[in-house]
Design a protein around this ligand. Structure first.
Ligand code: MG
Length: 434
């Protein structure tokens, strides 16, 4: 007879399980279950009140049950007696269709049915701030161009290496860490893989970075633009399309820059759906202070203003770094890890199936010469534009499903309305004497 979960856990030194799901706003919700109860909870699900999370549920709804995906359990490297378990959520025996992890799994299935699989990697940038989150943690980090600054990187060696050691232990194949383009900003890179694993890791990475930073007396943030004059937190996605079995990369081919027609159709899909999807890639009010931003102290924002692509050129929404993949530079640190993967798959798959032409590649510095390109579509200027784009798009409704589309639009509109009720000093300063 197979060992029970509890027996297996005892052998691994696990005393507690974090039964975890992620809601529509990317908030990670958990229950901490002791080993003695894990076999029952794993079979029956951990119970939650759905209304208490951002899922568009009612207080009258029955229990939401989080069912563990035990194949993806991870023992916390900094607290090995606890294991994190991503869960899928159900209500009355049915999958909650608007749940982000379920939404991503539907898109992965849709891609497989069309004969494709995807491999992705993410680059979630973050800041290390003071504990209250209002200033940088390192008073010495003042260089005008701080990117790759060895001195500033090494002052945060204990935090960065603790996170990197954890990734090594988890088997993520991390390969580089650096100080990024804003004072106080860092990036850590690990290997690419299938989109569900990437999403689970991205989700876990945010939890891990925040936790380890806290233990060192800092506050980590993935907020898109935490400092008005500094470069924001991007979350670039590297993406390749493979055959269904995931054995053959379909990106290389005989076209420009060594890419296949299929790769260009994927680019076409990502470009043509960018405005519809901005609510997912750039989901909060603050996101629109990163894209469309004026130039930062370092000299470049590193974020796109327009829906364009170039070769190995970081001033466009899509970069082609080689013949094996593309980089989508639009998303920011607020993007829900599951919905971000769902969005890039949905848009790229749509481009492939519709054979969407990507238009002409622009080999220019979009930051300095962008004004010369009259036809380049602009990204939404604010969250309301993004909500409207998402809401009226037939594509987003079809790709994400009615339940997700309705729930996400409703909750984001109520978030926007809440923001509009906020009375700022700027308003008083600019309207008091009208
Ligand atoms: Mg970066």
């Amino acid at each position: 007879m197979a060992a029970s979960l509890a027996e297996d856990a005892q052998a691994k030194g696990i005393n507690y399980f974090l039964m975890s799901f992620t809601d529509l706003f990317g908030v990670v919700r958990s229950k901490l279950v002791p080993r003695a109860a894990i076999d029952d909870i794993a079979a029956e699900g951990a119970g939650f009140a759905g209304f208490a999370a951002y899922l568009d549920m009612s207080p009258a709804d029955p229990d939401l049950l989080a069912m563990p995906d035990l194949t993806r359990m991870a023992q916390l490297p900094w607290k090995a007696e606890t294991a994190w378990v991503p869960c899928d959520i159900e209500m009355e025996g049915k999958r909650v269709e608007q749940a982000p992890r379920a939404t991503l799994q539907r898109l992965i299935t849709a891609a497989a049915e069309a004969g494709y699989s995807f491999k992705t990697g993410v680059e979630p940038e973050f800041f290390l701030l003071s504990p209250e989150g209002t200033g940088l943690s390192d008073a010495g980090d003042i260089r005008g161009k701080p990117c790759y600054d060895q001195q500033a990187l090494m002052r945060r060696y204990p935090v960065i290496t603790e996170i990197c050691d954890a990734m090594l232990e988890l088997g993520w194949e991390p390969y580089q860490n650096d100080h990024e383009d804003a004072n106080g900003q860092f990036e850590m890179n690990w290997g690419f893989t299938d989109p569900l694993t990437t999403a689970d890791r991205h989700n876990f990475f945010k939890f891990m970075v925040k936790t380890i930073a806290e233990s060192h007396g800092f506050r980590a943030t993935f907020m898109p633009k935490p400092m008005p004059n500094l470069t924001g937190n991007g979350c670039h996605v590297h993406l390749s399309v493979w055959n269904r079995a995931g054995k053959r990369n379909l990106m290389p081919g005989g076209g420009e820059l060594g890419l296949s027609d299929l790769a260009y159709h994927a680019i076409g899909g990502l470009l043509s759906r960018a405005k519809d999807m901005a609510l997912i890639t750039n989901p909060v009010v603050n996101s629109y202070k990163r894209i469309n931003s004026p130039v930062t102290l370092s000299g470049a924002t590193w974020s796109p203003n327009t829906v364009t692509y170039g070769g190995n050129n970081r001033t466009h929404m899509i970069r082609i770094p080689g013949d094996n993949r593309i980089e989508v530079r639009l998303a920011d640190g607020a993007a829900n890890p599951y919905l971000l993967q769902a969005a890039v798959i949905a848009a790229a798959l749509d481009g492939i199936q519709s054979r969407t032409p990507p238009g002409k590649r622009l080999d220019i510095d979009m930051y300095t010469e962008g004004h010369k390109v009259r036809a380049a579509p602009r990204l939404p200027l604010n969250m309301l534009d993004a909500i409207r784009g998402f809401e009226k798009s037939k594509f987003t409704r079809a790709a994400f499903g009615d339940e997700f589309h309705a729930a996400f639009t409703k909750l984001k509109m109520s978030e926007w309305n809440e923001y509009m009720r906020y009375f700022s000093d700027w308003e008083r300063e600019n309207a008091l004497d009208v």
